[in-house]
Unconditional design. Structure first.
Length: 230
């Protein structure tokens, strides 16, 4: 490995273009990412390798690294911290934060937001990102997004409110978390259903009566209007 670095340094000092693409559309940086050579990646970037350069298939180093089956967080974090255009859309129309969220990777999401990724992108997706995370009960990632400004009071493309959706997923911990972080306990969905009415209307097909009572009590204690209905 030391020899590899010596060779890389020699070639760079001899005038080699660190951003040159070969006939396969790959730069030295992409090859280093392919083989997880962290020391070579660092060396190339320190000598001017462009972390935003896309190959002939329109893939950036960030995408190339993240698309690997066993991607290395340290490599991606290094790219993020060393010049990645954090809020620029890739060819698929997605920004790096959305790509990291699709991987459900809290470490990379944190790194991106800490380095300037705009949380508004989550809201621009009509919160489909938040809804998907509820489905897999990824509470840690959900909490991080909400703590950093994700809007919890907008509806999804079906007109459902986030609080109603979480209630129907029977996630009591997150119902409490949402309300404690500003979710509107009287917000109606497109059908005029409030969180309280949503809870009452839930079918008791899985012996969830205790859950319903807990949610109803919690909502009322936190300002749910018992006279407000659809």
């Amino acid at each position: 490995q030391g020899g590899s670095i010596d060779i890389i340094n020699y070639l760079i000092n001899s005038g080699s273009d660190v951003n040159h693409e070969d006939q396969y559309g790959k730069t030295p940086l992409l090859y280093a990412i392919k083989y997880d050579k962290e020391n070579i990646i660092q060396c190339l970037i320190e000598h001017g390798a462009d972390v935003n350069q896309r190959n002939k298939y329109n893939l950036s180093p960030f995408e190339y690294a993240l698309n690997k089956v066993n991607y290395k967080k340290n490599i991606i974090k290094y790219i993020i911290k060393n010049g990645l255009n954090i809020n620029e859309k890739f060819s698929n129309g997605k920004v790096p934060l959305v790509c990291a969220l699709e991987k459900k990777d809290l470490v990379l999401v944190q790194c991106l937001i800490e380095n300037g990724a705009k949380i508004e992108v989550v809201n621009n997706h009509q919160n489909e990102i938040l809804y998907n995370l509820v489905d897999i009960k990824n509470n840690d990632l959900l909490k991080y997004l909400i703590d950093n400004g994700a809007n919890i009071n907008i509806t999804n493309d079906k007109g459902e409110t986030y609080l109603n959706y979480v209630i129907k997923e029977k996630n009591l911990e997150f119902v409490r978390y949402l309300v404690n972080h500003g979710a509107d306990v009287n917000q109606k969905n497109k059908n005029g259903i409030t969180p309280l009415l949503c809870t009452i209307k839930m079918f008791d097909i899985e012996n969830i009566e205790d859950y319903k009572k807990s949610v109803i009590q919690f909502l009322v204690e936190h300002g749910a209007d018992v006279n407000k209905n659809g």
